[in-house]
Write a new protein. Structure first.
Length: 468
């Protein structure tokens, strides 16, 4: 049977836009204030979930709400299950919008709203894709489920709970990232190196405190260190520091008061998945301070940083690795802190290629720690995700993408994480087309209606082709 998917979508365009607007008008941010045991993420998210379930029921899908953590709408029959994962929660709207972020105004062929692109617009596109296949009455040989998450932007408690209770799809795609197809995602782990320092005397200089950064996965944008000195040398530090900053194109300050000197450094904060796009204020400040005459644990903290943490590929730590699928392992040193006579801490986010031997990497990191009197802890770990480029799933979606866009369906690998990780045989498929501005989490977030229609047509065909 030849079906013109784009035409089927065009015929339902008005209703698709209207339903998308209605869903976007619900403020579905995580709301701890109204959260209860029964509605774990608060009233707004519950309202969005109910909206989708009502819509699904009205259109004749079988629906199931899993304890208000997640839900699904289902059609078809068969042993196998095709899962499409979207999420209804949104990040807070923030400041600076041109119009109310929950009005879902249409301007210049775009719908403007928080969640338009991430991920309520695309979720509605996937819903209409299912509806079209259902309306056409074509036979499918699998069950097809639209799985609705509600805590993607925070802690993924939704999918953890949902998949504890419900079966995992055998195959799936996720409309919550980029077109053409993301088939590989790096492993992501957070670690801390720590030691308990002791007070010592007789030093020419003492590092009272050092601090930079607050989050594992962000490059620190500011660092500060407080130093005391009994020697005359302190007078020369100001000049040395300003020369250091000038030579390296950095911006730092120096202020001295009653035997105490405060150094600050400005960096450029970016997401930790590619630290080289930013400037790590903590590393740059430590690199200077290590040249001052510290001893004992002050010196240990700074020289560990300058020896092992100076770049983003883990070379000095001994874990550098790269593969053709996901490229370089990266490390972001997100939090650096030290108190004289107290704790020294280096917290970092590591993103590693899909073929990396993680257990071995961890033992290498442990050895560096123990050799230098640090302890190491792994705080979180998400394994890598990778679907074979020659799999039926990938080949099918590539063919669909090429037919609908006339462009080559290049396979993408990323350092971030998508919902596709929840299913072994799943890839991210849209909704952001190559060359389009990425407005997720930004003010004036929008979805281009034409793109949404095209995505809907591709999703409908994907459901059809993957259930042959
Ligand atoms: Zn999302």
């Amino acid at each position: 049977m030849q079906i013109n998917w784009q035409k089927e979508v065009e015929q339902r365009k008005e209703q698709l836009i209207k339903d998308t607007q209605r869903l976007l008008q619900i403020k579905s941010t995580l709301d701890e204030e109204t959260a209860t045991e029964e509605i774990p993420f608060g009233k707004g998210i519950k309202e969005a979930l109910d909206f989708m379930l009502d819509l699904g029921e009205k259109d004749g899908f079988s629906v199931k709400n899993v304890d208000n953590y997640g839900a699904h709408l289902e059609m078809g029959h068969g042993e196998e299950l095709l899962g499409i994962l979207g999420h209804l929660d949104v990040v807070p709207e923030g400041e600076g919008w041109t119009t109310d972020p929950y009005s879902a105004d249409i301007r210049d062929g775009r719908i403007y709203a928080r969640g338009a692109m991430d991920d309520k617009g695309p979720t509605m596109a996937a819903y209409y894709a299912m509806k079209i296949v259902k309306d056409l009455g074509v036979d499918v040989n699998k069950r097809v489920r639209l799985i609705l998450g509600t805590d993607e932007e925070s802690d993924w408690r939704c999918m953890d709970h949902y998949f504890e209770k419900e079966e995992t799809p055998t195959v799936g795609f996720v409309p919550d990232a980029d077109f053409p197809i993301i088939y590989a995602e790096k492993g992501i782990a957070d670690f801390t190196y720590e030691f308990n320092g002791s007070v010592h005397e007789g030093a020419e200089a003492t590092l009272l405190s050092f601090s930079a950064g607050q989050r594992f996965n962000m490059v620190p944008e500011f660092a500060e260190a407080v130093v005391t000195s009994d020697s005359v040398e302190a007078g020369q530090w100001e000049e040395r520091y300003s020369r250091y900053c000038e030579d390296h194109g950095l911006s730092g300050t120096f202020s001295a008061k009653e035997g105490t000197v405060t150094f600050t450094m400005d960096g450029i904060s970016v997401h930790g998945m590619e630290p080289d796009l930013g400037v790590n204020a903590g590393l740059r400040l430590a690199e200077f301070l290590v040249t001052l005459p510290f001893i004992g644990d002050d010196e240990r903290f700074l020289s560990f940083i300058s020896q092992f943490c100076k770049e983003s590929r883990g070379r000095e730590l001994g874990v550098a690795y790269s593969d053709d699928i996901t490229k370089d392992l990266t490390i972001n040193y997100g939090i650096l802190s030290y108190e004289h006579g107290g704790k020294g801490k280096i917290a970092f986010n590591m993103r590693y290629p899909v073929t990396f031997d993680f257990a071995n990497g961890w033992s290498v990191l442990e050895k560096v720690a123990s050799d230098h009197g640090f302890s190491i802890q792994m705080k979180t770990h998400l394994g890598p995700h990778h679907v074979d480029a020659d799999s039926d799933l990938v080949k099918t979606l590539q063919k669909i993408y090429e037919e609908h866009t006339g462009q080559e369906a290049e396979l993408l690998a990323i350092g971030g994480g998508t919902y596709a990780r929840a299913i072994k045989n799943a890839v991210a498929f849209g909704p952001l087309f190559p060359g389009r501005e990425d407005v997720a989490h930004q003010k004036d977030e929008y979805i281009i209606i034409e793109d949404m229609l095209k995505a809907t047509a591709m999703y409908a065909q994907a459901i059809y082709d993957l259930t042959r």
